[in-house]
Structure formats: structure tokens, C-alpha cells
Design a protein around this ligand. Sequence first.
Ligand SMILES: [Fe+2]
Ligand SMILES: [Fe+2]
Length: 268
Amino acid sequence: MSQGLLKTIDNRSLNADDIIPLYESDTHSIYWIGSVEKSEEPEEIECNSYLLVDCGEAYIFEPGGLSHFQGAFDKVCQKISPFEISHIFMSHQDPDVCASLPSWLQFNPDINIVCSHLWQRFLPHYMVYHAQYLAMPDEGMTINLKSGGKLHCISAPYLHSPGNMVVFDSISGFMFSGDIGAASQKSNAFKLVIEDWSEHIKSMTGFHQRYMGSTKAAAAFTASISHLPIQAMLPQHGQIFRHTEVQAFLDWFSTLPCGVDFLYPDKE
Ligand SMILES: [Fe+2]
Ligand SMILES: [Fe+2]
């Protein structure tokens, strides 16, 4: 079983308390390990975290905020020992991505932290000391997997962070897109995949207009990944993009007035 898992997912059959398989083969599996638990803070946003297991090695994408740690950790333990986690990927420096990092490193201080080189000097402020970094240069980098697959770390500057990274998994064709493609739903029902495209655009628009850096950055990024055979796009918030939704998003995003172009439309 492989991509059929994600293709056939029905939101109504999902429980957010479960670890949810998105791709499974003998050597390579991907799971949703996020959380929709609400904190006391009404403005807190939900986090998607993902676990990739490749030939017994585990990779975490977007570890999440501090309050999300226990839920994600418990889900990882259902599939693999946390001591098998070799890498943690962070698309950028925000607290909803990084604040749980010290908790993960408590269990295994040898975990490699993968992030843009811009943030290595800042992460000690999360009380992350003596850590091992794989700092992505602006031109990107590739990490080889035991199975023979590759994780392509791709620079996406100013979307929204100045040092921003997305990761493309060559085996599944999944792209872990960070805040690119993030959405916030008003509904209390747990939805992991998009159901209604026109409604989904509404739930993305405000965030992308205000948080993404510029239309030029969006257009340059979408052009830079146009050659990739992306099967699904997995953002840090909101729903997963499948099939034609990936290209529909990239077409929408590449011309969206956002960031400085949205705020200052009359400035050349
Ligand atoms: Fe962010
Ligand atoms: Fe975020």
C-alpha cells in the first residue's frame, strides 16, 4: 500500500487522537502526528507534525509548539522508539514550529537539527544547546535515505521567513511545505484533507496575503519547484493538498498579491 492511503482518506473516518498513516511501503512510511488539542489560549493555532520512517530511521517534520509535544511524542512511540529519530526538520524559526525542540532533544541529544543556516544562531534562545545542526545553505541541499530515496531541502526565502525551507521526499512525492499552503478553519470538525477547493481558498487567503513576503518570492518559488513530481503538499497548518489541488495551489499562489505587494500596492 502506498499513495492510495492518502488518495482515499475520508475526513469523516479520522480521529485526531490517532496517528494517521499517509504513505506506507516496506521501507518507507509517512504519518500525521499532529494535534488539534486546544490550549487555554483562544488564539493558539493548530499544528501539523509529520513522521517519516525509512528503513528504521525516523525523521520528524515540524516538531511543533511546546503544548503539542506530548501528543506527537506519544504517536511516534506507537511506531518507533524515539531513540531512532535521526533528524528533525524545521521549515523556519517560529515558536509553533520550534518550541518543543528541547523536549525532543532530551530523549536523544544526537538528533540532527535541519533548518536554514539563518536560524542556527537563534535556536539557542529556545534553550537548545550543544546541538548538532545540518544547516541548509540558500541554494538548498539533499539528504540521502537508507532506502535510496532523497530528501531535497529547498530554499523558499520570505515564504514567510527570510530563511525558509520546504522538503521534497523523492519516494512518496510528498512536499512538506511549512507555512506555504497553511489554512485556518473555523469549523470544530477535524479535517486533514481538503474537501471543498473554493472554501479552502478562503481559509488560506488572509494568512498568505499578510504573512508571505511578496508576489515575486511566491512566483520565484513556484517556478523553482515546477519540475518536481509532487503528489501531495503537506503544510504545517490546515489541510493536505492532493492530486490536482497541488497545481491549483501553486497557480493561485504564484500571482497572489502578498506581503509588501499587498501592503503597498501603489509602490513600484
Ligand atoms: Fe510561521
Ligand atoms: Fe506556522
